[in-house]
Design a protein around this ligand. Structure first.
Ligand code: HEM
Length: 182
């Protein structure tokens, strides 16, 4: 993942628990770097090890750390650094989700080596939809859940999101049921 993702992890841990805790996370993760460069791609294993170490240090499940991180990413990093792009992607949760692939596509001009996920959304009614998510990475569904909750917070619309059982259709990807508070 690009360094900006690991940097967001650093910001989250530092803001919530302080710099010394972040140094402890890096030590436990065996990451021997002073800082990450936003625009440099790092091996996914670095991000995985940081998430694992944070989970161990805070006695949380890996999925809980990933979800918190997804929410943090949306509300702080994406909002702070890419507010214009995010603003152009839509004015409500479903609209942004409909445009997220195009938005990542535009971001690929900035992050040329990015391996973006792919999503599509099927609206059921004004408040509910099914989100399809496909990535060549595994295990990041909880991060997606956090990002979608962060989107809800951005628009002041609490979101319920639940991963659906896999279909037996042999197609790759995960499905989520999303319900917006009325
Ligand atoms: C302005 C807002 C956003 C920015 C700047 C952004 C940027 C990025 C970047 C740089 C990565 C790392 C890719 C890599 O290094 O290979 C990433 C990954 C990801 N993004 Fe976004 N993104 C934004 C919004 C969103 C939204 C709205 C969603 C979903 C609703 C989303 C879902 C994801 C997921 C799930 C990943 C993990 C990669 C994977 O699944 O393989 N992002 N994004």
């Amino acid at each position: 993942m690009y360094g900006i993702v690991n940097k967001a992890m650093e910001d989250m841990v530092t803001n919530l628990r302080g710099r010394a805790t972040w140094e402890a996370v890096k030590r436990l993760a065996g990451v021997d770097l002073d800082s990450f460069m936003d625009m440099q791609p790092y091996d996914d294993a670095v991000t995985d090890r940081l998430v694992d170490a944070a989970a161990r240090l805070f006695s949380l499940e890996v999925d809980e750390v990933l979800e918190a991180f997804g929410e943090y990413w949306m509300l702080y990093t994406a909002e702070k650094g890419f507010g214009d792009i995010l603003g152009a992607a839509g004015t409500d949760v479903f609209e942004v989700l409909r445009n997220v692939d195009a938005m990542h596509g535009r971001l690929a001009l900035t992050f040329p080596d990015m391996r973006m996920p792919y999503m599509s959304i099927d609206r059921i009614d004004a408040h509910s939809a099914t989100l399809h998510y496909r990535s060549d990475r595994t295990g990041l569904a909880p991060m997606l859940v956090g990002i979608v909750k962060g989107l809800g917070a951005r628009f002041g619309t609490p979101v319920m999101i639940e991963q659906l059982p896999r279909l037996d259709d042999g197609l790759p990807g995960e499905r989520f049921a999303i319900t917006l508070a009325p």
